[in-house]
Write a protein that binds this ligand. Sequence first.
Ligand SMILES: [Cu+2]
Length: 324
Amino acid sequence: MRWLALWLCLGTCSSCSGAQSALDPAGEEARQIADLFWLMAIAGGFIWLTVIGLLVHATRHERTPIDERIASRLIFWGGAAIPSLLLFLLLGYALWLMPGLRPFARAGEANGLRIEVTGEQFWWRVAYHLADGGVPILSANEIRLPVGERVEFLLKSTDVIHSFWIPALGGKMDMIPGRVNRLSLATKPGTYRGPCAEYCGTSHALMTFTAVAMQPAAFREWLSVRANPSPGASLPGRDIFLRNGCGACHRVAGTQAEGGVGPDLSHMGSRGTIGAGVLPTDDEAVRSFIAHPHLIKPGSKMPDFNMLPQQDIAEIASWLKGLE
Ligand SMILES: [Cu+2]
C-alpha cells in the first residue's frame, strides 16, 4: 500500500515539468492558469485538512452535550459563512484573471504575424500569414514562434471539432467547423508539445504537434527559407512521387504537386516528426508511413501504398527527407 502511494506520488510529480505541462509555464497565460491551479489546490487542501481534523477530533473525544447557542453559531460560521467567503474569494480571483485570458485581450500587442492552424483528421494544417500580406507560407504539424513576441492564432476546423492546446503556453481553444477562433500567445525559448484536446475520431490520441520558439532573427531567417521551394525538390525522387499520384493530395513547392488534401510536404525533411507526432522523420519511419499509414494511424485519410515496389517507396522516402 505504502509503495503504491509512493509510486502514485512520484508518477504525478514527474508530470509537473516538461514539454507538455501546464504546471511548467513558459508563457504569461499559462503562468496565470498555473497560479490559479496552485491557489485552488492549496485552498482546497487547507479546507480538506481542517474538515478531516475536526472529524478526527470529534471521533476521539468524549461526547458531552453542547450549548444550543454555541452549536448554531458553529453551524452558521463553520458550515455557511466561512465556506461561502472562501468560495467567493476563489471565484473572484478566477473572474479577475479571465479578461486577460480572453482571445482578443492582447491582440493589439501582436506583432502582425498570424498563424492559421486548421484541425484535420488527424493532423494540423499550418499557414503563416505575414504582416506584409504576401502569399502565406504553408506547413503542417509543427509551429515555429518568435521568442517574446505576441503572435495571433486563427483556429479553424474542416471536419469535426478539434481543440488547440499548448499546455506550457496557455489555455486550450476549440477549433469549430465554420468558425475562426482567435488566441494570442507569447513564449520563452523552448520546444513544447501540443495535443488535440477534443475527441475527434479513431486516431485522436495520435494528433499532436510541436511548437518551437526561436530567437526572432532565427525565426525570420527560417520563414524566408520556407518561402521558397526546397533545393531538394528537383532531385530524381520527384518523378516517382508525381508518377504515383501523391501530388493529388500533397503539395511540394517547386513541383507539379499542388494537392491540398494532406499535409504540405515542401519542407518535410526539416520537421522532427511525421504523421502529427507519431513517428520520427527517419528513413524507415517515412517508408513505413507511405506503405501502410492505416497500421500507424487507423482512420487516416491517406491511402496505403504498400503495392508500390519497395525500391520506389525507398526513393520517395529519401527524396521527401531531403526536402529541407
Ligand atoms: Cu483532433
